[in-house]
Design a protein around this ligand. Structure first.
Ligand code: SAT
Ligand code: MN
Length: 569
């Protein structure tokens, strides 16, 4: 790669503190990072991305399998040979006058049979410093690798950040990723979406495990019983908030522990249960809307050792964003560095501005996070962002029905990806942008894994985002989601009642706790749970688009499930 990219020098990163200090100083000197107010925000830095480079770009993301059928109709595909040629031409000499950093990293706890090693070559200090937060970076990766050559090959060239020369290309059969022309997190922190999800899902299918866009949390009851849950939501639908939830007053003695906020690798264990690890070591969370009420643990995470990207910068070198506690600053610089005041029409922080913070900053970090065996999963939750149709919570009748609920998930588009905000699209298991192979085969893989589990997790569907006729959210969300969690946990332990509905099991009024919800109109709960048969007939009909696209590869079970739903309706 050095022959190809022609860097002036090559730096092998070891992950040490001395290396971090030197790279940080260099980044500050070069204007890549701004040192924030160290009294308010110790070890925190600020970065502005190029204004055209603020989110994942799905149209520039490719799965380059041998045949187009292997990538499937939901992925962009180019033949590997052609894509290698195109990207090598772009990478050629692209690091002249620059430094190539060799970043070894480990995804998952050291010593875990599920963990994977990657090596990312990059010409961006921002990427090196972010990878240091988001992964276990440095010598720990070489130690895990030992004599093996089974590691992911990653190349990242910043180029000139021209969107026309932006490609995020995956070569699953070679365990290789090449990303050029971007410097935005999800496109360039190759351990995250590229390895942990796109390549990971491909490997998981061949090796009998699951790589999922899921948070993992532990619910501890007042008696000390811990129940682990994995939950899939599309990007920017509150996974980080849910993973760090603080139970309300009513749930005194209950505690939520975070294992991960974005990605789960899950494998059947010898005891017939499904075990999960979080391959990451940090959080790359959406900042706007985060405050001490919505997510106090995230506020603590990002109070130190954090890289902020595309939030607003105040005159005293503090950071600000829409939805932060307290009044807005009288003046500041917006995410593009332009003067901003509360009278400005545009937002000060980009809606997809992010913080990168080490998980060890999280007061709710689960002690099991480094357990090489992972944690046993009792429930899997699928959730979308839907203003209508979908109830607050329901339980699938069984695994196959649960896979159908996941496969037909719909969600309104968010700022995490370039696209039309608010439009509902099918995002199966929140994996549409992240599945490294044919989505139909992916559903079959899920069905197969379910069959291999003696004690499969229970599957649930949630929607925090349902609105009333006036456009107001029906459910308060955030900490109050503990009530939904409690019902789910009770269901897992056979302790809560449910009523059968055409969609699945709904909470019985006697077993869903609504006490102590100050000012919450109880009728809203019924509205949030209401099933409108006309909406559901439309919903089932609109599944045709995705199912039609996957025809041929779609497991028949899912079509049967759809017909069962229609007959129940
Ligand atoms: O931008 S990332 O892909 O890293 C975050 C997300 O979209 O989930
Ligand atoms: Mn994500």
């Amino acid at each position: 790669m050095t022959d190809l990219c022609q860097p002036d020098q090559v730096v092998w990163c070891d992950g040490s503190d001395a290396e971090k200090d030197a790279l940080t100083a260099e980044a500050v000197e070069k204007g890549i990072l701004i040192r924030l107010n160290q009294e308010k925000l110790p070890d925190c830095y600020y970065h502005r991305s190029h204004p055209n480079d603020v989110a994942r770009v799905e149209q520039s993301t490719f799965i380059c399998t041998e045949t187009q059928g292997q990538a499937g109709p939901t992925n962009n595909w180019t033949a590997p040979k052609e894509m290698y040629e195109r990207l090598y031409n772009l990478a050629r000499n692209s690091m002249a006058g620059r430094t190539m950093y060799v970043v070894p990293y480990l995804m998952g706890p050291p010593g875990s049979p599920l963990s994977k090693v990657g090596v990312e070559l990059t010409d961006s200090i921002y990427v090196v410093l972010s990878m240091r937060i988001m992964t276990r970076m440095g010598n720990v990766a070489w130690e895990h690798l030992g004599e093996s050559d089974d590691f992911n090959r990653g190349l990242h060239c910043s180029l000139d950040l021209n969107p026309e020369r932006r490609f995020i290309a995956h070569f699953p059969q070679d365990n290789t990723i090449i990303s050029v022309g971007s410097n935005y997190g999800g496109n360039v922190l190759l351990g995250k979406k590229c390895l942990a999800l796109r390549i990971g899902s491909y490997l998981g299918r061949n090796q009998g495990w699951l790589a999922e866009h899921m948070l993992i949390l532990g619910v501890e009851s007042p008696t000390g019983q811990k129940t682990f849950i994995a939950a899939a939501f599309p990007s920017a639908c509150g996974k980080t908030n849910f993973a760090m939830l603080v139970p309300p007053e009513r749930f005194h003695g209950w505690k939520i522990w975070t294992i991960g906020d974005d990605i789960a690798w899950m494998k059947p264990g010898a005891d017939g249960r499904l075990y999960a690890i979080n391959p990451e070591a940090g959080y790359f969370g959406v900042v706007p809307g985060t405050n001490f009420k919505s997510n106090p643990n995230a506020m603590t995470c990002m109070a130190r050792d954090t890289i902020y990207t595309n939030v607003a910068l105040t005159p005293d070198l503090d950071v600000w964003w829409e939805g932060k506690d307290g009044p807005p600053p009288n003046e500041c610089l917006d995410w593009q560095g332009k003067p901003w005041t509360p009278a400005s029409k545009e937002k000060a922080a980009h809606p997809n501005s992010r913080f990168a913070a080490p998980m060890t900053n999280n007061p709710a970090l689960a002690p099991e996070v480094n357990d090489p065996e992972g944690v046993p999963i009792s429930a899997i939750i699928f959730g979308g962002r839907r203003a209508d149709t979908l109830p607050l919570v329901l339980q699938a009748f069984n695994w196959i029905h649960g896979v159908y609920l996941g496969a037909t998930m719909g969600s309104e588009m968010t700022a995490a990806a370039a696209g039309t905000l608010g439009q509902v699209r099918r995002d199966p298991l929140a994996m549409l942008p992240f599945c490294g192979y044919n989505m139909g085969d992916y559903f079959s893989h899920w069905l197969k894994v379910g069959k291999s589990l003696k004690h499969p997790p229970r599957i649930f569907n949630v929607n925090w985002f349902r609105k009333d006729a006036a456009g107001k959210f029906l459910w308060p969300g955030y900490g109050e989601n503990m009530r939904v969690l409690k019902w789910i946990v009770d269901r897992c332990h056979g302790q809560a009642e449910a009523n059968e509905s055409p969609l699945g099991w709904l909470p019985a009024a006697t077993s869903f706790d609504l006490q102590g919800m100050n000012g919450f109109p109880l009728a809203n709960f019924d509205l949030a749970q209401a099933i409108d048969r006309d909406e559901w007939r439309r919903e089932a009909a609109s599944q045709d688009e995705l199912f039609g696209k996957l025809a041929g590869q779609l497991p028949p079970e899912l079509l049967f499930q759809r017909n069962l739903l229609l007959s129940r309706l």
